[in-house]
Design a protein around this ligand. Sequence first.
Ligand code: NAD
Length: 385
Amino acid sequence: MTRPLRLGMVGGGEGAYIGNIHRLAARLDGHWQIVAGAFDADPERGRAFALSQGIDPARAYGTWQELVEAEGAREDRVDAVAICTPNFTHYPIAKGLIEAGFDVICEKPLTATLEDAVALEALARDSGRFVGVTYTYSGYPMVHEARVRIAQGKLGAVRTVQVEYPLEWMSKPIEQDGNAQAAWRTDPVRNGRGGSIGDIGTHAYHLAGFVTGLTLESLTADLATFVPGRALDDNAHVMMRYQGGARGLLWSSQVAIGNSNGVRLRVFGDKGALQWFQEQPNELIWTPLDGRVQIIKRGADDLSEDAKARSRTPPGHPEGYLEAFANLYAGFAEAIRARTEGRQPGIVGQNLPLAKDGLKGVAFVEAVVDSHQAENQPWIKPIEV
Ligand code: NAD
C-alpha cells in the first residue's frame, strides 16, 4: 500500500489542546492525509472547523456517529480515526468505530473507567482492529535507545526507577475560571477517578515500564488535592514494586510551580544508570559503574536501529515533541500497512503503545486511587523528639 493512509478525527477542534499536535504529527512524514472529521462537541462548530482545515464539506461531520455511518458507506473510507476528546468519551467512540470496522488511534488515558478499558481492550483483541494509544513519550528516539540498552543488559539488573511528570498549570483553581481543559480534567465523571495520576501519571507509568521492560507487581500511593475546591488529586506520589524485585517511585503533579512538561526518567541498574529528560530529549545520560558520566546524543553512529529509524535530522539539529508524536503516527501507519499486506511491521511499527498498554494505564490509576483510599494505609509516626 503506497498511498498515504486516510485519517479521520473525532475532537481536536477549535481551541482544543492536543488536536493540532495530532494533525501536525500525522502530516509530518506524509503517511497520513486528514480527510474527514467530527471535530467538536458542537456539530456546527465542528463542521466549520473542518472546512477551515480544507476538509471536503461532504466529510465535515457534526457527530462521530455521522462519521461512522457516512465513512462506512464510502469506497474511499478513512483507514483510521484519531480520538482526541475528553476521557469519558473515548470508550463509546472507540467502540462505535471498531464495531464499524475502523482502526483507531486513541488518546490516553484509554478510558475514564477500568470497566470501559477492560471492555475496549477485549474488543480490540477480538475484532483484530488496530488500536494505538498516544503515549507521546514512547515516540522519542532516545527513549527507544534507553529501552534497547536496558534490554541488552547494559545496565545489568534494574534496581530502581525514578519517574516524574511535574506541571504547574493547575496551581490555581483555573477550572473555576472557565479553563476548558481544566474543567473536564477535574470532573470525576468526565476525567475518571485519577486527577494528575490519570492525566499525566499514566504517561510516566507507561514510560517507566516501556523503557525498563519491568512489570508492576504492586504499589502504594499517596494522593493530595492542594487547590481548595478541586474534586480530584493534583499531586501523586506512588511507590512501586516490580516483578523481580526492582523498586519504582513515580511523582505526578499539576501544581509543581516552574515546571511545564518536566518529564524525567532515571533508571539505576547494578552495572550502570540511564537518565532521560524530555526537555533535553536529544540526550541520554549514561553512567557505567566505576565509569564517568557520558552524554549519548541522538544522531550518533553507534545508536540502535530503533533510535536511528525514529530520527530525521542530522546530529546537532534538535528534534523534539512533534517528531516524537510523528513517530507514533509513522508507527501506527506501518502497523496498519503491515497487517493489510500480511507482513511483519518494520522497525517503526514495532514497540508501539497499543490497547493493552492503555488498559495497563487505567488499571494503574485504579490501583493508585484504591491504595490511597484504603483504610489500612500504613502511616507510622516516628517518636516525638
Ligand atoms: P480539550 O478539551 O482541549 O479538547 C477536546 C476536544 O474534543 C474539543 O474540541 C471538544 O469540542 C471535542 N469533543 C468533545 N466531545 C466530543 C464529541 N462527543 N465529539 C466530537 N468532539 C468532541 O481536550 P485536550 O486537552 O485536547 O484532551 C483531549 C484528550 O487528549 C484527553 O483524553 C487528554 O487526556 C489527551 N491528551 C493527551 C496528551 C498527550 O500528550 N498525548 C496531551 C494532552 C491531552
